[in-house]
Design a binder for this molecule. Structure first.
Ligand code: SF4
Length: 344
């Protein structure tokens, strides 16, 4: 099957100015939350972004959809009319044409929906903002998308507080889908839900992907879900991508010690396959004062002097498998038992 690139993220940076507490006359410091993040996204795939809290994965998602402005870099979108546009620079008519193609689903279905709007109005809002449609056409589209996302059409005039967490996330998905986007950024989209509801929403997202050929960026800290849903996975540490590979390759043969440590916490369904959890030494480094060289070196069991001096580039260490570690080829790192995804 021919692979088509739908999005190219190139050298995306985001920094904030932060002033130290109780330091009235101190100069504010630059905190680099995203550091030259680059990757390509293929049409119809699910690329997961994983990493500990504070690694920059949510900021990355928000910068891509323009929920937050990036400090520099490009997000080049390949539109289905053949045009290639920098999504971050879109203005006027172009913005109206293309911005609806990329939508976002947020983590918390309780705060992401307006409590003052009916479910019908919440779902219809992006449609009204982007298209000139008659009332009958809007009703038809909202009813259709509500059915496709498993919502009870008879309850559309109710308000969000009348719905459970899982139902609210279905409302958020219906709202994201109503403009028929080609790409959806799911930011911890199932993290706030019970495990049984998580499985329903994940299956719904996969069904909708098949039906509408949607591309997903799936931001999550839950590696069990990521292993189940992803075609490829990018691992972020302190604002940089440190490993990027196909899901099987990354989970089976990780090439970066940070990924190995994250993997060691994934629950194993097969009791005969036991392994020790790797507990990372020390604190998550402060992004305002990152370690020299490889940012992971203070917590890495495999570090050498070179690691504290030289920043490792993200490079291809096996076919279509990229890692930012000086010793990726020499290290024999432990992955996850490949059957663990099937248990979900
Ligand atoms: Fe560990 Fe060195 Fe590789 Fe960084 S470059 S992950 S410190 S071995």
């Amino acid at each position: 099957m021919k692979e088509t690139t739908i999005l190219k993220v190139a050298k995306l940076n985001k920094s904030f100015q932060v002033k130290a507490k109780n330091a009235l006359f101190a100069k504010p410091k630059q905190v680099h939350v995203l550091n030259d993040v680059s990757f390509e996204l293929l049409e119809g795939e699910t690329l997961s972004i994983v990493g500990e809290s504070g690694c920059g994965k949510t900021t990355l998602g928000r910068c891509i959809v323009r929920g937050m402005s990036a400090s520099s870099g490009q997000v080049v979108y390949q539109a289905d009319d053949g045009n290639e546009v920098d999504f971050l620079q879109l203005k006027g008519k172009e913005a109206k044409t293309y911005r609806k193609d990329i939508q976002m689903i947020f983590q918390d279905p309780y705060s992401s929906l307006s409590p003052r709007m009916s479910v019908f109005d919440i779902i219809a809002e992006p449609l009204i903002a982007n298209f000139k449609l008659s009332r009958a056409e809007i009703e038809e589209r909202v009813t259709e998308i509500a059915e496709q996302t498993g919502l009870n059409v008879g309850y559309l005039k109710r308000y969000p507080h009348a719905f459970s967490g899982g139902q609210r996330q279905r409302i958020a998905i219906a709202r994201a889908l109503i403009t028929r986007p080609r790409l959806i950024v799911c930011d911890e989209a199932v993290s706030a839900l019970d495990v049984s509801i998580q499985a329903q929403i994940i299956n719904l997202l996969k069904d909708l992907q098949e039906q509408f050929k949607i591309t997903y960026i799936f931001i999550s800290h839950d590696l069990s879900i990521v292993q189940h849903i992803s075609d490829r996975v990018a691992v972020m540490h302190l604002g940089r991508i440190v490993e990027l590979a196909g899901s099987d390759s990354l989970f089976g043969t990780p090439q970066h010690p940070y990924t190995e440590a994250l993997m060691s916490a994934v629950p194993q369904p097969d009791p005969s396959y036991r392994k020790e959890r790797i507990i990372l030494e020390g604190e998550v480094p402060n992004p305002a004062n990152p370690p020299s060289g490889c940012h992971f070196h203070p917590r890495c069991a495999y570090r050498t002097d070179k690691c504290s001096r030289e920043v490792p580039e993200l490079r291809e260490v096996a076919p279509r498998h990229y890692a930012a570690c000086h010793y990726a080829e020499q290290l024999e790192l432990r992955g996850v038992h490949q059957d663990s995804a099937a248990a979900l």
